[in-house]
Design a protein around this ligand. Structure first.
Ligand SMILES: *Cc1c(COP(=O)(O)O)cnc(C)c1O
Length: 346
């Protein structure tokens, strides 16, 4: 049987042997009563690693963002974010459904905001305008192509927002990828942020789970929103045990995913009809334009499927590839060869 190389997303990673073992032996209790020792340990460690007071374990990143947006806002406010942000495009309008807010979105070339752009969109409450309640940033930026905020640019947004009394939340689903790309600890990235959501699944490999971190008072209230959303889990220590390994052991190897992505980007950039700038590939996500091949993105990925390489159509002619630990260097090289093979048939 042909082995499938699945580059659709880092969400396809399966838990490591060490995770499965830790899950089997996890000490558990009823987390709705706050009595699961493994969940408690994970929440404490996540807060510590991010340099925040407290953490909240949630089943998914969407739930984590939903809770955070609600914590910072009131119904009828606006949330400033970039126009291709995950919270605006991939979370079923939860900011409207749960927090009662609308997005004030800002177009960008790479998904990254800067203070001048943000400042221009901040609104006080008036007879016509709804008040800005929150600034949201995404790092690394998924649809932007795994782009990473220069730390000064992010800090400037936080300083500016705070001076105007506004909080900043980061959708840091892949903050550890940003950290690996920048070569600085996640706590430094998060230093000025009010809250951060990050995923233990995806590149860190846990089967399920994300974290929200921030001030203890907010995380205590977040626990109630989690319950409202159906996220009050019982013996969740089984999952937290894998999450702890994701948090402690997996970040160090993300540089490998990044160098594999870089290798793929360099090879793809030399193929006729494919356009991308390898210099822009900073993390484990690469997005390339296949317009020059005469194929649509959907046709391109459909033609790769029988060759055993899976990727995602991300726009009419944009294709996304994501590297991860289940696609090591060798698999990535084979993927590049298969893409060339497919192009040769055109
Ligand atoms: C994956 C992802 C999330 C969370 O998604 P879940 O599937 O709910 O865990 C949030 N933001 C970004 C940028 C993501 O890529």
């Amino acid at each position: 049987m042909m082995e499938v190389i699945d580059l659709r997303s880092d969400t396809v990673t399966r838990p490591t042997a060490e995770m499965r073992e830790a899950m089997a032996g996890a000490e558990v209790g009823d987390d709705v009563y706050g009595e699961d020792p493994t969940v408690n340990r994970l929440e404490e460690r996540a807060a510590e690693v991010m340099g925040k007071q407290a953490g909240l374990f949630v089943p998914t990143g969407v739930m984590g963002n939903t809770i955070a947006l609600k914590l910072h806002t009131e119904h009828g406010q606006e949330i400033i974010c970039d126009s291709r942000g995950h919270i605006l495009n991939y979370e079923l309008s939860m900011m409207a459904w749960f927090a009662g807010c609308v997005a004030r979105s800002i177009p960008t070339s790479d998904g990254l905001l800067d203070w001048a752009k943000v400042k221009a969109e901040i609104r006080p409450l008036g007879p016509h305008a709804a008040q800005t309640g929150l600034i949201e940033v995404e790092n690394s930026h998924n649809v932007g192509g795994g782009t990473v905020y220069p730390q000064e640019q992010l800090d400037e947004i936080c300083d500016g927002a705070h001076a105007m009394g506004l909080p900043v939340h980061m959708d840091g689903a892949r903050i550890f990828n940003a950290s690996a790309a920048l070569g600085i600890p996640v706590s430094q990235i998060a230093a000025k942020l009010d809250t951060v959501m990050f995923c233990l699944s995806k590149g860190l490999g846990a089967p399920v789970g994300s974290m929200v971190v921030g001030p203890r008072s907010l995380m205590d209230r977040g626990r109630l929103y989690r319950k409202r959303l159906g996220g009050g889990m019982r013996q969740a220590g089984i999952l937290a045990a894998a999450g702890l390994i994701a948090l402690e052991k997996m970040p160090a190897r993300l540089v490998e995913d990044h160098s594999n992505a870089k290798m793929l980007a360099e090879r793809l950039s030399q193929m006729p009809g494919i356009s991308l700038d390898p210099a822009k590939v900073r993390t484990n996500i690469l997005i390339f334009d296949v317009a020059g091949t005469g194929l649509s993105a959907a046709e391109f990925s459909a033609r790769m499927k029988p060759l055993g390489v899976l990727m995602i159509a991300f726009g009419p002619t944009l294709v996304r590839i994501v590297t991860h630990y289940d696609s090591p260097l060798k698999a990535c090289s084979v993927a590049a060869e298969k893409i060339q093979e497919m192009l040769d048939t055109l």
